[in-house]
Design a protein around this ligand. Structure first.
Ligand code: EPZ
Length: 429
């Protein structure tokens, strides 16, 4: 078992390069199944969710060539299996994109229910299924497997009852080679939706409107291979911005699209940090003692739910009382128990957290409850007095490339250690 150990209280200085976007990569890799030729995908983040997605493509027969740690070539001409088993899907939520991609390619998909971050509530996929059905697929669920089958997908209007990133992506994947026009209304507008549309268009698809709430997909017969570079990760960039603001110091965050970060920039400025935007970088300066603000998370371009735990850490040591209203997930405050152990004063009532800023956090043994909660624990460790040990770091590795190295290069005192798992040791006796 590995842990991350942080000796907190150091300000951060220097520059950090942001990797490719996880949530774009995990959609674009399965989208390559739709192409007849080879897709070369660059700026892929070297994280475990991507490794797992590549393993899934391998398992159904795709030929994958790893060119270097951030570039792969995918040849899907050899894909023959239309089934993805639970052993593979249990590791990541995005495995459900195999439903849309296989359905689009073969008119048939059998995919075990996805795993992924558990926020303590249900993560339904009714809107994905509704979309597939409207396109003409027969969808059944049994033994925790979703089966979608059709002779022919036919384009259709699809109105999403709720703004869903996953459903928007899955319906785009299925509709790209359907016959006729699909119009997704109330579509998600996240940067990774636009990136997926750009990738599909560069393979010959006809998708317009991505980034707005109406996406029009005119089905094409064939898609060809392409070379494509994934956008920078909005949430990784935001995490380093918040880390710099909360710990204090001066950090240049490189390889970003500042427009994607506007809601985060606005909140940091409101709290008193100094944020300067350049063409493809952002400079964050702070003395580490910021003031309160209120946050409501919303679909893009609102404040991203995936930045909510990290901001809660910053606000836990800000002056005054802040209120966070989680507007996307039913429950995403499990990490608060860990912060309380470090001295934070946070009260949670359903989707609302009330944070009374305290003078400082103190180092403690804590754990990552999910990916972004893990990112929040890193920031908590960076700003706390004393030593913080974080368990369950597999969650952090799902979404942050070289996080220990990147933070070290900014002057943090952070390392990864391997410890003997006491339970495993006991069962080995
Ligand atoms: C994506 O999850 C991201 N994951 C999540 O990031 C992110 O938190 C979320 O979008 C919201 O931005 C990936 O892109 C792989 P949704 P997704 O469908 O697609 C409800 C991270 O840390 N809903 O947009 O699963 C749902 O319950 C991860 O990187 C339905 O009701 O999220 C939620 O309340 C964690 N029915 C809301 O919509 C459905 O069929 C948004 O979910 C689908 C969703």
């Amino acid at each position: 078992m590995e842990k991350i150990v942080i000796n907190g209280g150091k300000k951060l200085f220097g520059k950090v390069d942001i990797s490719g976007a996880k949530n774009a990569a995990v959609a674009i890799i399965p989208a390559a199944i739709l192409a007849d030729g080879v897709c070369r995908i660059e700026n892929i983040p070297d994280i475990s969710d991507v490794t797992m997605m590549i393993r899934i493509l391998n398992s159904i027969g795709a030929k994958i060539k790893i060119i270097n740690k951030n570039t792969v070539e995918i040849d899907s001409s050899s894909v023959y299996l239309k089934t993805v088993l639970h052993d593979l899907t249990k590791h990541l939520r995005a495995s459900y994109y195999l439903l849309g991609a296989l359905l689009g390619r073969f008119g048939e998909a059998h995919v075990a229910m996805p795993g992924g971050c558990n926020f303590g509530g249900v993560r339904p996929i009714d809107q994905h299924i509704k979309g597939f059905r409207l396109l003409g697929a027969e969808v059944t669920e049994g033994n925790a497997v979703v089966n979608a089958v059709t002779e022919c997908l036919i384009g259709s209007p699809v109105y999403l009852d709720t703004v869903s990133v996953g459903a928007t992506i899955n319906i785009m994947l299925a509709a790209t080679k359907a016959k006729g026009l699909t119009v997704i209304e109330n579509a998600a507008k996240e940067p990774h939706i636009v990136d997926l549309a750009n990738f599909l268009n560069s393979m010959g698809a006809d998708i317009r409107g991505a980034g707005t709430d109406v996406i029009k997909i005119r089905g094409v017969d064939q898609l060809h291979g392409c070379t494509y570079s994934i956008i920078p990760d909005q949430i990784e960039a935001g995490t380093y911005m918040v880390a710099a603001a909360a710990a204090g110091g001066e950090v240049l965050i490189n390889n970003v699209i500042p427009k994607h970060l506007e809601s985060i920039t606005a909140k940091l400025v409101e709290c008193g940090a100094d944020v300067e935007e350049f063409d493809d970088s952002i400079l964050v300066k702070s003395d580490g003692r910021l003031s309160r603000c209120n946050i409501k998370t919303m679909p893009h371009p609102g404040f991203p739910t995936d930045m909510q735990p990290q901001m809660a850490v910053l606000l836990s040591v800000a002056t005054g009382t802040s209120i966070i209203n989680e507007g996307v997930w039913d429950s995403r405050f499990r990490y608060v128990d860990q912060l309380s152990r470090m001295g934070a004063s946070i009260k949670v009532d359903g989707k609302i957290a009330v944070i009374e800023g305290v003078e400082s956090l103190k180092g403690a043994p804590i754990k990552a409850d999910d990916l972004r909660a893990g990112a929040a624990m890193l920031i908590a460790g960076l700003i706390a007095k004393g030593v913080t040990e974080i368990e369950n770091i597999v969650y952090i590795d799902r979404g942050y490339e070289d996080v220990v190295e990147k933070l070290n290069s900014l002057g943090a005192d952070i390392k990864r250690i391997t410890v003997r798992d006491p339970e495993a040791a006991a069962s080995a006796v």
